[in-house]
Ligand binder design. Structure first.
Ligand code: G3H
Ligand code: 13P
Ligand code: ZN
Length: 306
């Protein structure tokens, strides 16, 4: 099957009020776990590569991911996660990516708009979709006072102006989530009202970064096997389900797969200290990551949509 563009997959999701998983990959095992789960659930999916992943795996990783995505029996887009520059986005398009994110959210609105519009013009000329971001996503690590949070959340009027002036296809919004396994003490908070306000102004698919659930059972297993993760907390699956009905169409997950991978590797090596066969170490980790993806696809509501 040919690759799908990001927008082809996500437009249907926003319209149909379901979420599509964008899972980060860095190697063959992660890629296989994502695609096997997507095929089993009949879910469309995005395979996301960060610039760090590209630096780590180079051309062999990129070519493997694109090949696996093409032979999958469900719609797959290959996506650049948090692209930092025009050059980086153009390089990924040359390699065959069908979706790129240009992340200039740390710049002022004028610069973000100008840089994003440049990428959109070039990407659209060759049928590639563009994700952009406005607001400060990583800025909220804990539940601080509302006025401070409000300063970094995506502002609906700015989001609408930004999408009109850039022509971007989907928008990453700052709504209270953050990357990594420590998303705030207690139950991390999502500003659902803010999603609704933004979605009322723009019809584009909205993107939730930092969406991992950080399952407590995995955290406990990780710590029991010698790991040290303190105050780990993720986004509750009920919040994700609700966000999807409000306009979130792309849901990014990386941390949950990292946690599953590292937990199982710790457990395997602890239980069997003589084990040196990479397949007996990485194979069970791949299975656990697949279980995570299967669960996530059910939560997102994309099962059966392929
Ligand atoms: O949003 C960041 C993703 O989790 C990718 O992380 O840049 O370490 O590959 P990375
Ligand atoms: P998590 O760290 O919550 O998995 O978020 C990943 C992400 O947003 C990648 O862009
Ligand atoms: Zn992200």
């Amino acid at each position: 099957m040919a690759l799908y563009s990001g927008l082809e997959i996500l437009k249907a999701a926003r319209e149909g009020k379901y979420g599509v998983g964008a899972f980060n990959t860095n190697d063959m095992e992660i890629t296989q776990s994502i695609l096997e789960a997507a095929e089993e659930k009949r879910s469309p999916v995005l395979l996301a590569l960060s610039e760090g992943a590209i630096k780590y795996g180079g051309r062999p990783l990129i070519d493997m991911v694109i090949h696996e995505a093409k032979v999958a029996s469900v719609p797959v887009a290959v996506h650049l996660d948090h692209g930092s520059s025009y050059e980086s986005c153009m390089q990924c398009i040359r390699w065959g990516f069908t979706s790129v994110m240009i992340d200039k959210s740390h710049e002022d609105e004028a610069t973000n708009t100008k840089e994003t519009a440049r990428v959109v013009e070039a990407a659209h000329a060759v049928g590639v979709s563009v994700e952009a971001e406005i607001g400060r996503l990583g800025g909220i690590e804990e539940h601080v006072v509302v006025s401070e949070e409000d300063a970094v959340l995506t502002k609906p009027d700015e989001a609408a102006r930004f999408m009109k002036n850039t022509g971007a296809d989907f928008l990453a919004v700052a709504i209270g989530t953050s990357h990594g396994p420590n998303k705030g003490k207690g139950r991390p908070f999502i500003y659902h009202d803010r999603i609704v306000e933004i979605a009322n102004l723009i019809p584009h698919p909205l993107v939730m970064h930092g969406a991992s659930g950080v399952p407590q059972t995995l955290v406990e297993r990780f710590n029991a096997a010698g790991g040290v993760l303190k105050e780990a907390a993720g986004i509750h699956e009920d919040d994700v389900r609700k966000a999807v009905t409000e306009g979130i169409a792309k849901i990014n997950t990386d941390t949950d797969l990292r946690l599953a991978f590292a937990t199982v590797i710790r457990e395997v090596l602890q239980k069997d200290p003589k084990q040196i066969d990479p397949r007996k170490i990485l194979g069970p980790a791949r299975e656990e990551m697949k279980r995570i993806v299967l669960d996530r696809l059910d939560v997102f509501g994309s099962a059966g949509k392929a």
